[in-house]
Design a protein around this ligand. Structure first.
Ligand SMILES: Cc1cc2nc3c(=O)[nH]c(=O)nc-3n(C[C@H](O)[C@H](O)[C@H](O)COP(=O)(O)O)c2cc1C
Length: 186
């Protein structure tokens, strides 16, 4: 089981986090190694349904090309510390949402990337102050994760660029869903 590769302390911390989190392996097609309960609440998919699979299944048939290109550019460049983009996703029950996706790397002290770290947030149903709360919670998660990861010889890379214009970001996410209703994104 790939999940067994996640050090225990790291796994316990991620599972208890108040924000949706996922870890994937850095090689191959980036199979998921772990998703936490908040991720399952957000998407409707359990850990067992997703482990070993690529998280793009949340995109279904939507072709959010710019967002995917940004994510691919990050994954293909081992020197890129982090990426953040909204991307159109679907919950297990088919409900669309705009996922504000953050990704960074967890790197071994010896150099190679151990895991790709990600956090997901439904920006299309948020209020601006909720997005700010989420940003704060994700920032705290990254800060608290750092010493726990260090115990396992892992460095938490990337800095979280928080969303400066929450209201604009949320309005754009709602427009994306409105476009979807008109059938122009599928
Ligand atoms: C740890 C991790 C979590 C990810 N989470 C999501 C996600 O929640 N939603 C999504 O649409 N893509 C997510 N992705 C990105 C996709 O897996 C994929 O990398 C992206 O679609 C670009 O590659 P592609 O064009 O080959 O699909 C995640 C990737 C990783 C490594």
């Amino acid at each position: 089981m790939q999940e067994l590769n996640v050090p225990d302390d790291l796994k316990i911390f991620i599972e208890g986090s108040p924000v949706a989190l996922a870890l994937a392996l850095p090689d191959g097609d980036h199979p998921l190694a772990l998703v936490n309960p908040r991720f399952s609440e957000l998407t409707g998919y359990s850990h067992a349904e997703l482990v070993g699979r690529n998280c793009r299944l949340l995109q279904r048939d939507a072709d959010d090309r710019d967002a995917r290109a940004k994510l691919r550019a990050f994954l293909e460049d081992d020197a890129a510390p982090s990426v953040r983009t909204p991307i159109l996703n679907f919950k297990k029950d088919g409900t669309p949402f705009v996922n504000l996706l953050y990704m960074s790397r967890l790197r071994s002290l010896s150099g190679p990337t151990r895991f790709i770290f990600a956090s997901q947030y439904d920006v299309s149903r948020a209020q601006p102050e909720r997005l700010q709360d989420y940003d704060q919670a994700l920032g705290q998660t990254l800060t608290r994760l750092t010493p726990i990861a260090a115990e396992s010889g892992i460095i938490v890379e990337g800095t979280l660029t928080t969303i400066a214009h929450s209201a604009t970001t949320i309005a754009q996410a709602k427009l994306t869903l409105a476009d979807l209703d008109e059938g122009s994104m599928l």
